[in-house]
Design a protein around this ligand. Structure first.
Ligand code: SF4
Ligand code: SF4
Length: 105
């Protein structure tokens, strides 16, 4: 999925941070479909931060201990604006046929 449309993932500082003092080891973050976390005897750790989907915050939303944080949305929006990522993503989506109207009203 073209979330970045070629912009280098490592240049986007979007990934979760865990406060170990708040983690209650509920395991919910291990549901991440991008395999960002590893499970240790001390609970979850962020093992592959750049596998995190840009803009996603699902694990933080469902973290039982409210232990996971992300940068503010304004950060990622500013990068998208500065780097012209929105228009690049739209171009890729058009090329992939994902913005074709399938249902006529
Ligand atoms: S924000 Fe989404 S992609 Fe990123 S680690 Fe959490 S669940 Fe996974
Ligand atoms: S979801 Fe939150 S509380 Fe649960 S294991 Fe992960 S970091 Fe810890």
């Amino acid at each position: 999925m073209p979330w970045l449309a070629g912009f280098p993932r490592e240049k986007l500082g979007w990934y979760p941070t865990i406060d170990p003092s708040k983690c209650v080891k509920c395991g919910m973050c291990m549901n991440c479909g991008k395999n960002v976390y590893d499970w240790t005897k001390n609970g979850a750790v962020v093992a592959r931060p750049y596998a995190c989907v840009p803009g996603c915050t699902t694990c933080a939303t469902l973290c039982l201990g409210d232990a996971i944080t992300f940068p503010p949305a304004s950060y990622i929006r500013e990068v998208y604006k500065k780097e012209g990522i929105w228009s690049k993503v739209k171009k890729v989506l058009e090329e992939e046929g994902k913005l074709m109207v399938k249902i006529s009203e």
